[in-house]
Design a protein around this ligand. Structure first.
Ligand code: PLP
Length: 404
């Protein structure tokens, strides 16, 4: 019973710090308008940035995929699970982002989490002395990949090119991997990728870009951070997720064919897992078509207009007490600081039918709890106006705790 007592204590401690996480069961498909416990809510918390998750054409494509390819893949990619749909999707993705790389190939993964573990462990396996330079606000999956790799890890402060440059200069590792989110998932700002790439080229390092929040959203055709910054280099390893803007699920890595072949041969999160249902790969072909074409262009323009609405001097956010973090992306964090106050703000919005993410440690640093508003092309400008009005009022009020 010792373990059970420890677990109970640990859970109680979380509760006392307002750190218990609760799931809500959603009865409707992912979208701006959802139903939870019979209540209709306007949701500003999904990563479905283009509003594709419930798109009629994607739903049809998934049905068609199941009709053609069946449901399960039945095995890992190395055994018999690699189907025609997976192969077609890899080719399509390589073509989609390949203009920014050299001799590009793409490899699909079940999740972005696994893709990140695969990249970092796979690329450092050949060199025991490899060194990883990791941005301090990186996603958990990059951190876990670095831990799992057993390579030396050095964390550089957020967006600090000078510190990173000094670290690279001081390193005598033959293999150097700089690893960063492109759009920081809890802050919404962009990594200085052109400058990072220049530093990497100067020091013979590889740049690994996690574009979970950029793929499909950034760039005129949705080719993500690569297109937004017009990056081009043979030393880039690009990871895009397919469950956020692409509206389906899974992830891919695009890089030089030698890098991809290495992941196929060496990366355990690729090798030792069952391939995703081929119907998902089939649906993703339609997703890429939507992202690249007129529909994607229209949706990205609308999303941009919604972000601008928050910034507008007349009708935008005017937060009396809280601090907005500078972000030009669909991720719009409002820094509150205190865990309990963040939860109260989230609950007050929820009472008004507005569902906004509340983010606490360990996802963010202690003392930086925040509301994380995410916008989607599925929102109307009226709906965003409703959110703005509610936030502006809430940021004026004293909570009962503070006025006591
Ligand atoms: C969501 C996310 C991932 C993980 O991708 P999944 O497909 O959800 O596993 C990786 N990196 C970042 C920055 C993310 O936001």
């Amino acid at each position: 019973m010792k373990l059970m007592n420890q677990l109970t204590q640990q859970l109680r401690a979380l509760d006392e710090q307002d750190l218990t996480r609760k799931r809500r069961t959603v009865d409707t498909p992912c979208g701006p308008r959802v139903t939870v416990d019979g209540r209709e809510l306007l949701a500003f918390c999904s990563n479905d940035y283009l509003g594709l998750a419930n798109h009629p054409r994607l739903k049809l494509a998934l049905q068609e995929g199941a009709a053609i390819h069946g449901v399960g893949s039945g095995a890992s990619h190395m055994i018999s699970g690699h189907g025609r749909a997976h192969a077609m999707l890899e080719e399509r993705l390589a073509e989609f982002v390949g203009g920014h790389l050299e001799s590009a190939r793409a490899l699909t993964f079940c999740t972005g989490y696994m893709a990140n573990l695969a990249i970092i462990t796979g690329l450092t396996a050949a060199d025991r002395e490899a060194e990883i330079f990791s941005e301090s606000l990186n996603h958990a999956s990059l951190i876990d990949g670095a831990r799992l790799s057993r390579a030396r890890v050095r964390v550089y402060p957020h967006a600090d090119l000078e510190k990173l440059g000094a670290m690279l200069e001081a390193s005598n590792a033959a293999t150097k991997l700089v690893v960063t989110d492109s759009v920081f998932s809890m802050d919404g700002d962009l990594a200085p990728l052109p400058e990072l790439l220049a530093l990497c080229e100067q020091h013979g390092a590889w740049l690994v870009i996690d574009d979970a929040h950029g793929f499909g959203v950034l760039g005129d055709h949705g080719r993500g951070a690569l297109e937004h910054f017009n990056l081009r280099s043979p030393n880039l390893v690009y990871m895009g997720t397919l469950g956020k803007a692409a509206g389906v699920g899974g992830a891919f890595v695009a890089a030089h064919e030698t890098v991809i072949e290495t992941l196929i041969q060496k990366a355990r999160p690729y090798i030792f897992t069952t391939a995703t249902p081929p119907a998902l790969a089939h649906a993703l072909l339609t997703s890429i078509e939507l992202i690249e074409g007129q529909e994607g262009i229209k949706r990205r323009a609308h999303l941009g207009a919604l972000v601008a609405q928050l910034d507008d001097g007349q009708v935008g956010l005017k937060l009396h007490r809280w601090q907005r973090l500078p972000s030009t992306t669909a991720i719009q964090p409002i820094l509150i600081g205190d865990n309990a106050e963040t939860m109260r703000a989230g609950a007050a919005l929820y009472e008004q039918g507005l569902w906004v993410g509340t983010i606490r440690p360990p996802t963010v640093a202690p003392g930086t709890s925040r509301l994380r508003v995410t916008l989607s092309a599925g929102h109307s400008s009226m709906e965003v106006a409703r959110l703005i009005a509610a936030l502006n009022v809430l940021a004026l009020e004293r909570t009962s705790d503070e006025s006591r």
